[in-house]
Design a protein around this ligand. Sequence first.
Ligand SMILES: [Zn+2]
Ligand SMILES: [Zn+2]
Length: 263
Amino acid sequence: MTDQPTASPALRFASLGSGSKGNATLVSDGETHVLVDCGFGMREAERRLAQFGLHPRQLDAVLLTHEHGDHIRGVGPLARRYAIPVYLTAGTWLSGRLGEVPRHEWVVPQSRFAIKGLEIEPVTVPHDAREPVQFRFRAHGRHLGVLTDLGHPSEHVIDAFRGCDALILECNHDRHMLDVGPYPPRLKRRVGGHWGHLANVQAAELLSRLGLDRLQRIVCSHISEENNRPELALEALTPLLSGDESRLLVSAQEHGFAWQSIA
Ligand SMILES: [Zn+2]
Ligand SMILES: [Zn+2]
C-alpha cells in the first residue's frame, strides 16, 4: 500500500476505505492528487493517507460528492488545517454540513473542469442528498469512473460512464440480506429505494449496459457490512467477465484498496 504515484504517465487511484463508516478515494495523474470525499475524521484520514505515502499537504483538492456523513466527516477539518480547496455543488454547500473552509470552488453538474492535468466531469446521480454528483476522471487518455451512492442505474448515469478504462462501482447490498436483515423497515425502504443505494444485481445490470470491453479494473465499493458480503458482490459481477476475473477487486471498509494504475 506504500506505492506512491510517480511521474510516469498513468491514471492512478486508490481507496483509503469504503463503506457506510467512511469513504475516501485517491485519484492521481502522477502530478495532481485529489481526494474524492473524506468520511474519516482528520486524524484517521492523516493516518490512512500516510499508508499510501501521502501527506495532506500534497493534496491539490478534495472533491465532495454529497453531504452524507460517510463522505463529508473529515473534509472540513482537513481543508481548514491544510488549506486544501474543496470542490462541491451549490446544493451540497447549502446543506450546511461542511462548515467554513479557506477556499471552495463550485462544481456544476455535467460541466467539465480541470485541476492541473486532471480532467473531471461531475455527473448527477439519483441519491437522497441535496445535489449529489459522482465523478468521471480523465488523464493520459484514460478514463476512471467513481460511481457510488446511487439508487438506480439511470439512463443519464449509463450515458455518462460509458467507455471508462476503470470503474469504482457501488455494490451496496444484497437484496435478500437487506430484506431479512436488522434494519428497521423505513431504512430498508430508503436503502433499497430509487434514491438510496445500488444492490449487487443493479450493479451487474449497470455494468452490462456500460459494456466491459475497455474496463481493465472494476472495484466493488461501498459494500454494506450489515446487508452484503464481498463474496456476494463478486458472485453477481463475475458472470459478466468472460473468465477474466483478475479485473475485479473489492474495496474494504478497513483498508480500501491499493494503488491501481491504468497506463
Ligand atoms: Zn450517500
Ligand atoms: Zn455513502
